[in-house]
Design a protein around this ligand. Structure first.
Ligand code: FAD
Length: 317
């Protein structure tokens, strides 16, 4: 079922989860181990992230180095199919522009359609590890809005090869990313929302936000989006913060702030159990407040410590 249908049918706030594929060489059992306990809370859908290839230098037998492309976390589409099969729950693959030509994107979408996947999260992706700025594939998309357009084209039966007449129409529900504290490249929040609106005008159905640790950022974002006539559901992304290292790592990777009180409480912790407790209580308070404000979805980034998300959900429901 499409995310939009889940939202339309919901009588109260629904739950969704986001996971990462395991690193190459690990079994899919690690995903099941991660997800199975959380199924108790009937998530409406599970997002699976996509990780582009990284360029690395490998030493050859002759002592010289060669540049190779390695995907450390392949398997997004396979995991989506496995999740749908095992749990009978909707799985949403993330699809990125980075590293993909338009033709590869079209072929990926055809695979998803044949597998019966009805939802995708359309993203630009970040710069590759060896790049300073995001560089699109020479025959690919520069911005997520261009990817949204390609998906809409396919939903209308328009394929890249113009001689395909009466092409099968896909029917993807399209999510896009939004940033309550603005995307790091955007000069200001209004400009970022202006480009978000273009993704919606292009045909995206809903927005999933970057994580935030202060709900005021989310409420302000929803308000500012409405002022810009962004009228689709905006799903809040939530992540437990569970150790001191993340206090500086999360802001530097995701460009979000860690509130002073959370920082202070975490700094006082002496061991893992203490840190988990601080992270759990903060997330729980965020969720209670969001529920009070009737958000459509609580979307949890479960990477790392699914047990914390489990404990929070057990308290809430
Ligand atoms: P865009 O919407 O293209 O925006 C990128 C920047 O360009 C923004 O600053 C925007 O304001 C600006 N912009 C947009 N359109 C235009 C335009 N037409 N002209 C000029 N400027 C423009 N990354 C992954 O690699 N894999 C994942 O699975 C993944 N999942 C994510 C899930 C969520 C919910 C979120 C919030 C992010 C995720 N990311 C993922 C990270 C994301 O790919 C990066 O944040 C990336 O830098 C931007 O992607 P975007 O889709 O928001 O890009």
């Amino acid at each position: 079922m499409k995310v939009t249908q889940h939202l339309a049918n919901a009588k109260k706030t629904i739950i969704s989860l986001e996971i990462l594929p395991p690193t190459k060489g690990k079994s899919i059992e690690s995903i099941y181990h991660h997800l199975s306990p959380l199924m108790e809370f009937n998530p409406s859908f599970v997002n699976v992230t996509y990780h582009r290839a990284e360029q690395m230098y490998k030493k050859r037998a002759d002592g010289n180095f060669e540049r190779v492309e390695i995907r450390k976390r392949p398997g997004t589409v396979g995991i989506c199919a496995a999740i749908m099969n095992k749990y009978k729950v909707e799985a949403i693959p993330h699809l990125i522009c980075g590293g993909f030509s338009k033709e590869e994107t079209e072929n990926a979408l055809i695979d998803l359609h044949f597998l019966g996947l009805e939802n995708v999260l359309a993203l630009r992706g970040d710069a590759a590890a060896n790049e300073k700025f995001f560089t699109p594939h020479p025959n690919g998309h520069r911005y997520a809005e261009d990817l949204v357009k390609q998906i809409i084209d396919l939903n209308n039966g328009r394929y890249m090869e113009e001689d395909i007449m009466d092409g099968v129409k896909t029917d993807f529900c399209i999510g896009v990313a939004g940033y309550p504290e603005k995307h790091f490249e955007a000069p200001n929040l209004d400009t970022d929302i202006y480009y978000l609106k273009r993704k919606i005008d292009m045909g995206a159905d809903y927005v999933t936000t970057q994580m935030f640790f202060n709900n005021e950022h989310y409420y302000n974002y929803v308000k500012r989006c409405k002022e810009h006539n962004v009228n689709v559901p905006i799903l809040p992304g939530l992540k437990p913060l569970t150790n001191k290292r993340q206090l500086t790592m999360i802001p530097s990777i995701f460009n979000v702030e860690v509130p002073y009180d959370l920082y202070n409480e975490m700094m006082k912790t002496k061991n893992e159990a203490d840190s988990d407790k601080v992270g759990t209580e903060w997330l729980l308070a965020q969720c209670r407040d969001l529920l009070k404000n009737n958000v459509p979805v609580l979307h949890f980034y479960t990477l790392g410590k699914p047990q914390i998300v489990y404990n929070v959900l057990k308290e809430l429901f």
